[in-house]
Write a protein that binds this ligand. Sequence first.
Ligand code: TXA
Ligand code: MG
Length: 338
Amino acid sequence: MFNGLNDRDIHNVVLLLKRGGIVALPTETVYGLAADATNPEAVAKIFVAKGRPTTHPLIVHIESFEQVADWAIDVPPLAAVLAQKFWPGPLTLMFKKAHGVFDEVTGGKPTICLRVPNHPVFLRVLKELKKGLAAPSANPYQRLSPTSARHVMLGLGSKIDAVVDGGRCARGIESTIVDLTDVGDGFNVRILRKGPITKAMLEVALPGLVVEEPDEHDADVSGNMFRHYQPCTHASLMSLESMEKYVQDPTKKDKRFAVVHYSTTDWNNESVVFLPQLPETKEGYEYEMFATLQEADQLGVDEILIERPPEGPDWVASLDRLRKATAKTSSRCKEPAS
Ligand code: TXA
Ligand code: MG
């Protein structure tokens, strides 16, 4: 474990990355598992560590908008507008990829996703390395995204070269991904993954343009899968009232539950552990959501019950993750989460 505030540690991390190592680094969204994006062997190690199919492309993190031209072609003018407004920050832009970008990074796809992260530690590493860093979220495939160095260690500790501790991630959920490959000629800007930057924020930045936010789309984005972000413990999404009935069901009398909630409640039950109440604001909820689910998953209960968040445009990103976290699956964690 390296300390993101220590100069010597940063220097050692840069050396590790130059030698083809894989290192978990803090971003403002979630921790990323980074490798030199110009080194296909290093990038391949990310897929092994995560257990992720090699066809699922990685986001390349760059230091500033100037580097977009190293990775992408046919960059529409509105990309500069979005970058000016949201970079560094939790917005990933998808373009057609430039010649020479390795298939290991893009999963063999003709597109490339780019982002300038807003975290001083990550930006410093990029500056010293002078290369782009491919980095998916630093969690085992289909598991909860980590928002602290400790949560990275829980999921991937034994499989990666190092973790740099840069504190809790200020945003707490992954970047919004926007497809810019078909803008113009009747095609619009399309959100591929909902995130901290909302449709409304994009529309304000791009007056006169329609931003599409399909609930489902055919783009080959792994976050677009039905199951994702899953805790090892079985989890369900329901109202607090339904929960109260659910835990009192006589068939569940030997079970223990963890309750993740944002509403104030005074019901109590000896088979239930309440996680600290989540904030009611979009930013606050997103900041705490994955961290709280990780903690719930560590409790060793039989089931996690998650209060369904409110409806509305501010909640679509959290709800998207919670739906996938609670999607039915036959394969829970093969290995214990520790
Ligand atoms: O906030 C974030 O975006 C974090 C931090 C570390 O930057 N990264 C992240 O990466 O969430 P990952 O790999 O966990 O999720 C990125 C998603 C995946 O679903 C991947 O399939 C998709 O973006 N993606 C990446 N490049 C793509 C491409 N060229 N075409 C289509 N989908 C792409
Ligand atoms: Mg991920």
